[in-house]
Design a protein around this ligand. Structure first.
Ligand code: PNS
Length: 174
């Protein structure tokens, strides 16, 4: 880590429902240029997530255990406010394709308006992950498709266990 990067705290926010191999790639790349990378799960029950915040936290902790400067947290409310509370000045987002750009630009500019000292840095996920999203992984898995390599192996096991559960409530549905 160069001197210029000393003390850099960055936040990688997202839903991570569940974490994909593309997310993990961004975490690994991002953790190399900051001192602390906080992976922050958005608490947003209105999205009817497949996995609870606690389950997503466990999965993220498990797959990032080899990254000593990565922490897992969760947040509600505005990302810009959360970043200030964490004394972070950098937000990391992954860009997969040009189609991500418009939404990401809007969010970055809004966050900068809310907190002018907050910089958003975009990382390109590995091209082998450029088509992966949590939503598509869940859909393909539910319909019996092969998701090997699209999510870390431990996440695939969690998906398998969740699919095997009788659907007791809405959130158990993929
Ligand atoms: O993985 P996602 O679902 O694309 O992540 C979106 C996320 C969590 C980064 C975004 O929805 C967010 O920051 N939500 C927090 C609420 C907020 O700050 N909204 C204004 C952002 S411009």
């Amino acid at each position: 880590m160069s001197q210029n990067h000393a003390g850099v705290v960055a936040i990688y926010p997202g839903s991570f429902d569940p974490i994909t191999s593309g997310h993990l790639d961004v975490i690994e790349r991002g953790s190399r240029f900051c001192d602390r990378l906080i992976v922050a799960i958005l608490r947003n029950e209105s999205k009817s997530p497949l996995f609870s915040v606690e389950e997503r936290t466990e999965m993220l902790r498990d797959v990032t255990s080899h990254c000593p400067n990565v922490e897992i947290d969760n947040f509600g409310g505005l990302l810009a406010d959360y970043a200030m509370r964490k004394q972070a000045r950098v937000i990391v987002r992954g860009i997969r394709a040009i189609s991500d750009y418009e939404k990401e630009l809007q969010m970055a500019l809004m966050n900068r308006r809310l907190q002018p000292e907050l910089e958003t840095i975009f990382l390109l996920a590995g091209e082998q992950y450029s088509f992966i999203s949590s939503r598509l992984v869940k859909e393909v898995f539910r319909l019996g498709g092969d998701i090997t390599g699209l999510v870390p192996p431990s996440v695939e096991l969690r998906l398998r266990a969740r699919l095997a559960q009788p659907v007791a409530n809405e959130t158990a549905k993929l």
